[in-house]
Design a binder for this molecule. Structure first.
Ligand SMILES: C[S@@+](CC[C@H](N)C(=O)[O-])C[C@H]1O[C@@H](n2cnc3c(N)ncnc32)[C@H](O)[C@@H]1O
Length: 237
């Protein structure tokens, strides 16, 4: 029923713009972020494969939360970096190297720790590829305010005592234990108005993560905004 309505809508709006990527299909919207010339240029110059190319709406939302974090006290954190694509677009768009902010990038660069795999998840081999860390080092070369930290979340935070105030938190670990572990340490350090962006919350495969995060935030009286991209966000109050 819903599907046939969508198809009918497309036929009747042939001249309307259609966005279709990563399980998201919308039409008849302004999509101004796609028409932002600077964003389009940075994005084109940064993506290296189809997987990165189609993340555009997700990265737009990441960039929005990242820029919000630049206006607040504290540093920015990404947990789950992989090849550093989202942060690379954001640092290039904001000319991050010239700012007096720090961006911390945490990853094992050896994949999701076996003991943290959610029941319905299998090992994702591409996360274990040695070239991922090299790619990150290459993408952030020369940016002395970007700290690339190899280690397991949340344990690695014990060795990173410089994290006192956080103005943006991106959680993209694909494991509920890792992400809840990060929240336990970092959420209290987030400053008022900062955004915690959960990359996978809406994706069916991440149901275990989503349910645990929903409960975690509910216990603390926070209401999660679920986005059509599959991301979700919470503003620290
Ligand atoms: C989906 S990828 C991140 C994608 C990236 N945020 C982007 O926008 O391109 C997930 C990453 O999380 C890392 N990871 C998973 N569990 C982890 C943990 N407990 N500690 C550190 N890194 C972890 C994996 O090694 C993998 O590189």
């Amino acid at each position: 029923m819903i599907k046939s309505q969508i198809i009918k809508g497309f036929k009747e709006n042939m001249e309307s713009e259609v966005f279709h990527a990563e399980n998201l299909c919308v039409f008849d919207q302004n999509l101004l972020f796609m028409k932002d010339k600077k964003f389009a240029k940075v994005y084109r110059e940064t993506y290296e494969d189809k997987r990165e190319k189609i993340r555009v709406w997700r990265v737009h939302i990441f960039l929005w939360a990242f820029i919000n974090g630049l206006k607040l006290e504290g540093d920015l954190i990404e947990c789950g970096v992989y090849r550093g694509f989202s942060s690379a677009v954001a640092t290039r768009y904001t000319d991050f190297g010239r700012l007096s902010k720090k961006l911390y990038l945490f990853d094992t660069w050896e994949g999701i720790p076996a003991e943290q795999l959610d029941k319905n998840r299998t090992k994702i081999d591409r996360y274990e590829d040695q070239s991922n860390l090299k790619k990150v080092e290459e993408r952030f070369k020369g940016l002395t305010n970007v700290k690339i930290i190899k280690g397991k979340v949340p344990e690695i935070f014990n060795e990173t005592d410089t994290l006192t105030k956080v103005s943006f938190l991106h959680l993209d670990l694909n494991t509920s234990l890792g992400e809840i572990g990060a929240l336990e340490v970092l959420f209290e350090k987030m400053v008022r108005g900062s955004v915690c962006l959960l990359d996978d919350y809406g994706n069916k495969i991440a149901i275990i993560q989503a349910l645990k995060e929903h409960a975690w935030f509910k216990e603390r009286n926070y209401f999660i905004c679920e986005l059509p991209t599959g991301q979700a966000m919470v503003t620290k109050t």
